[in-house]
Write a protein that binds this ligand. Structure first.
Ligand SMILES: CC(C)(COP(=O)(O)OP(=O)(O)OC[C@H]1O[C@@H](n2cnc3c(N)ncnc32)[C@H](O)[C@@H]1OP(=O)(O)O)[C@@H](O)C(=O)NCCC(=O)NCCS
Length: 332
């Protein structure tokens, strides 16, 4: 049903991000597993990543990012109607991390839930929140991408441990007219490849047992090669879909913010789309792969450095476990 009146979209009214203080460099990994700074940089583009303290849970990171986004938007917690948190590493199996954020920031009028879409969590979450704003179900939403991937990373497995980092990024979404804010979104899933990236143990299929823990099955497993091939094609397809839906060309775009999984994936997407390097926001060298947090962290950093400015046209594109992928086009 198309509403006769009311908002036609949602805009980014404020942004914030948070990275834990502790940093693990490639040189730290040289002391932990059989790897080298040279291998990690050439294969992934990553030099360092932030790791949460033992007492820091996903909600702690999320709350820090959320408070900054609310300050940036000059919004009070009581005026938020919806909190959506994209995460694969929530505080507890349940309740949701969004519920804990709601309690801690005092957003007493907000409904809150998590979205499980792995590295595409932020794109999925802003799409859901924007749809609810357009439908008139809520007026203002707080959307957060947060991960504490260090908690599910096997630091004896060199093929995965060097990739992941912790962090959170948040955005306040306010209603707006058509032609402003989020111009187009796209969400895609292919459940045939769930085994390319997953956490095998800890859910209802294979609950935690002592034996499974001994076998280190509670940690994330990844077939990097298969993911790599799929990722570039999928991300380019999603980017082309939102450009077409918004009636825009890639040359109209001021900045592309891709999910930061691997610099070679980012370069592959950039080449296939035909975008020059200075138009692509990259921070993977300093933060690694922060899954659902990667796009809002990169966006907010670029905004704080005044690289991204109001009215810029931004193409965000993500890919992750599920497999899930998607894109969003924004007039910031
Ligand atoms: C993981 C990834 C960096 C590996 O790069 P790659 O060029 O494909 O490397 P391969 O997996 O072919 O491994 C090549 C060799 O390097 C080794 N290797 C893997 N990790 C290593 C490390 N950290 N240090 C040194 N050697 C390593 C492998 O064991 C393999 O050795 P072998 O040939 O003796 O078996 C890459 O596949 C990737 O980034 N994939 C996508 C991952 C991703 O995006 N995941 C998240 C999606 S949201």
């Amino acid at each position: 049903m198309v509403r006769e009146s009311g908002p036609r979209s949602a805009k980014f009214a404020g942004l914030g991000y948070y990275l834990p203080e502790r940093v693990l460099t490639n040189f730290d990994f040289e002391k932990m597993v059989d790897t080298s700074d040279e291998w990690i940089v050439t294969r992934t583009g990553i030099r360092e990543r932030h790791i949460a303290k033992e007492e820091e849970a996903a909600s702690d990171l999320a709350i820090n990012a959320a408070r900054k986004a609310m300050a940036d938007a000059r919004v009070e917690a009581k005026d938020i109607d919806l909190i959506v948190v994209g995460t694969a590493t929530s505080d507890y199996p349940f309740p949701s991390t969004a519920s804990i954020v709601q309690r801690e920031i005092g957003a007493r009028n907000a409904a809150a839930f998590d979205v499980a879409a792995a590295c595409s969590g932020f794109i999925y979450s802003i799409t859901i929140a924007q749809s609810m704003i357009i439908a008139g179900k809520v007026r203002r939403a707080l959307v957060i991408g947060v991960e504490t991937l260090s908690r599910i990373t096997d630091y004896t497995d060199r093929t995965t441990c060097v990739l992941f980092g912790d962090g959170a990024g948040a955005v306040v979404l306010d209603p707006c007219e058509s032609g402003e804010g989020i111009l187009a979104t796209c969400m895609k899933t292919d459940g045939s490849y769930t085994d390319l990236l997953y956490q095998p143990v800890g859910g209802s299929r294979t609950p935690l047992t002592e034996e499974r823990i001994r076998n280190r099955e509670q940690f994330v497993k990844m077939k990097g090669d298969g993911l790599f091939k799929y990722a570039v094609k999928a991300m380019v397809g999603a980017a082309e879909t939102v450009l077409r839906d918004a009636g825009l060309k890639i040359s109209d775009i001021d900045f592309v913010i891709p999910h930061q999984a691997n610099l070679r994936i980012i370069d592959g997407v950039r080449n296939r789309l035909g975008v020059s390097p200075e138009k692509v926001i990259v921070n993977i060298d300093r933060v690694g792969n922060t899954s659902s947090a990667s796009i809002p962290i990169a966006f907010c950093e670029a905004k704080d450095k005044e690289i991204i400015k109001r009215d810029d046209l931004i193409l965000m594109v993500a890919f992750g476990g599920g497999l899930t992928w998607g894109a969003a086009l924004l007039k910031y």
